[in-house]
Design a protein around this ligand. Structure first.
Ligand code: ATP
Length: 240
């Protein structure tokens, strides 16, 4: 039996345009996945192997999972979310062989299983592993060897332009006053992750409702109050 117990087949509906900013990451992912699918002959001619696995790393809430889903949606691939017993691939930290009782720890078994399964994936089956972590430094190097998860892509926190893009994506679907400007808001949200920007928008909605149960629109004032209540959580160590 597989150590990767929870396996779910999903058809995600996340499109590239649902992700604000991160244009370079999107481009790199497209090239990595779509080129081998579109030009198998060139790969054969040059005798180069398409990648089997990609590791997306970076601070929490900055669109790693969204990227994996958009990749599947846009390339017409199935998305199989795999969670190890301890949830994310982080659980496969360098604890290999370091079981306190001197025996093989749970992580050892999960890691060995994952390595076996990775090595067993035939390129012809068109399976690509996209893994995500906040801590690439603790991933066992065995996982990152050529032929396994051998591409690393940094997904960083959004810069000012990306914050504006994320806000625009979210504000489009909210009933906002004309005074609400993504540009003005973005100048106050440096250091926020994408997930935090989304939470902030929700908070602003709640503020508007607290003020008036029948509020029709969210105004800049509501956003300002929401910002006061909010503390972003990405810390410096998480940023490359
Ligand atoms: P973690 O490391 O915590 O698992 P993650 O990097 O995988 O986080 P996601 O799960 O992709 O982050 O993002 C969480 C949520 O934040 C998304 O569902 C989305 O609502 C929002 N979000 C994050 N980044 C963006 C973005 N660039 N554009 C639009 N929404 C975003």
């Amino acid at each position: 039996p597989s150590a990767l117990r929870e396996i779910m087949l999903e058809v995600p509906k996340v499109f590239w345009e649902d992700i604000g900013g991160q244009h370079e990451v999107k481009q790199r992912l497209r090239e990595t996945i779509e080129w081998p699918m579109k030009n198998p002959a060139s790969f054969k001619k040059f005798n180069i192997k398409p990648p089997k696995g990609i590791l997306l790393y970076g601070p929490p809430g900055c669109s790693k999972t969204l990227m994996a889903k958009a990749l599947a949606t846009e390339s017409g691939l199935n998305f199989i979310a795999v969670k190890g017993p301890e949830d994310e691939i982080d659980a496969l930290a360098i604890t290999r062989g370091a079981g306190s009782d001197g025996g093989v720890s749970v992580n050892d078994r999960v890691l060995s299983q994952l390595l076996t399964e990775l090595d067993g994936i035939d390129i012809l089956l068109k399976v690509i592993v996209v893994a995500a972590t906040n801590r690439p430094d603790v991933i066992d190097p065995a996982l990152l060897r050529p032929g396994r998860i051998d591409r690393l892509l940094y997904v960083g926190p959004p810069d000012c332009d990306s914050i504006i893009e994320i806000l625009k994506i979210k504000l489009r679907k909210m009933s906002c006053d004309v005074d609400v400007s993504a540009e003005k808001l973005a100048s106050k949200l440096a250091g926020y992750s994408g997930a935090e920007i989304v939470s902030l928008c929700q908070e602003a909605g709640l503020v508007a409702m607290e003020e008036d149960n029948n509020a029709l629109k969210i105004s800049m004032k509501h956003f300002s109050l929401a910002i006061k209540r909010f503390t972003p959580r990405i810390n410096k160590e998480m940023i490359r």
